[in-house]
Design a protein around this ligand. Sequence first.
Ligand code: ADP
Ligand code: F6P
Length: 472
Amino acid sequence: MTEQPAIAPVDFVVVANRLPVDRSTDEDGNSAWRTSPGGLVTALEPVMQAQHGAWVGWHGAADEVVEPFEYSGYQLLPVPLSTQEVEEYYEGLSNGTLWPLYHDVVAKPEYHREWWDAYVTVNQRFADAAAAVAGHGATVWVQDYQLQLVPQMLRAQREDLRIGFFLHIPFPPLELFAQLPWRRQIIEGLLGADLIGFQTPGGAQNFTRIARQRLRLETHRESITLPSGRVARASAYPISIDARGFESLALSGPVQQRSRELRHELGDPEVLFLGVDRLDYTKGIYHRLRAYGELVAEGLVDPARVTFLQIATPSRERVEEYKRLRDEIDMLVGRINGDLGPIGRPPITYMHTSFPREEMAAMYAAADVCVVTPLRDGMNLVCKEYVACRSNNDGALILSEFAGAAGELRQAYMINPYDVNGMKSSMMLAMNDTVQNKRRRMRALRRQVFTHDIDAWANSFLEDLRAVPSNA
Ligand code: ADP
Ligand code: F6P
């Protein structure tokens, strides 16, 4: 059991694999915490501040104990992980087993019993830390696939809590989920929550069906009745972004200026395609660049007039599949640019780097076509960020049917990333479509993103969670 933190009990606790802050160290070795970029933090920070809440999460460094501290009006409770736990719980079970399994097995999941043991140990540590800080009758909101056992572990020690869980990635159908040697434990772990949120109705239905067919529990629509008589609810809450924040950033003078500079640095192309992703095999980066390369090879796209900017944030670099993907993309881009680029006009500019939000907004503002082609994605926020930055209603979004966002952003140019020819046709259409068509689509996309922003998401989940009768 983790040592009790030296802070007073709170009414609202978020439990997530990572804390909402990053540590930076200056030249003199002084380190400081800064808010991590990202919608979840933006949405939850006001709730945390209003309720003087606490956030339980890993601070990102192995073998280091960091004391709880106050940050921006709420408490941060760092959970320590050893080097071996980072390997087995985070890189192993979370990202070598669950991540590929939940994303349609687009890479092969590995099943190792020692990874599972570490997952259980670490989930228990997070649950203990949350139980220690949650006041009587508090609301605890657990986030994502790394912590699926926490709801039940919390409930086992604290019947008085209201417990919510939100899964940021897809929840697979029974036929795939059944591979998991620890499938029963995961379902039971999640059922410790009063409200279990998914990105899409399909994910919620997959979960309810597994509870019914594998655990023989009684279900009715979104409700699942447990042997104790308690009712848990599984429902869809599609996550979103701080749309207004992105829009005003994109409209600011410095970002507009940077956006013009970017186009100039890229050779003032007539058409700029943009891809922005974590370097992850679920994102379909290879598929999209291959399709684009073929358009260039066939002379349908002229690299003297059109260019593709692909940004890939380094991610999970110690996991084998991610190392392989990096090599594959490096090779593909090298081949396309080497074979097809006129001097000074590489068809693809590829950057394996992370950027500040301002630079991201400048890229979104600069791009004529944003290409989002995941093979499977829980939601995908990049496509929503692009839409938020197009205040002139111009630009075109190419979006995979396999992104959770496809359920909402129906006016995008939809593609199947496995269909190379279909993807090529959509790239041509998005590039050459009439201004009126593009505007019509973008207006509809923007209506959706602005009315369903991150605040609406957090409020609707928390309202539903608070509607659960209290056991306190
Ligand atoms: P995932 O959560 O799987 O990474 P999303 O598309 O939902 O995918 O979210 C990605 C987030 O990461 C977005 O908010 C996006 O702005 C940000 N991001 C992606 N690439 C970069 C980058 N190179 N630099 C900074 N932020 C990035
Ligand atoms: O979208 C899933 C997710 O795990 C997010 O929660 C997280 O911000 C992102 O992927 C990056 O993953 P990691 O925390 O493993 O770097």
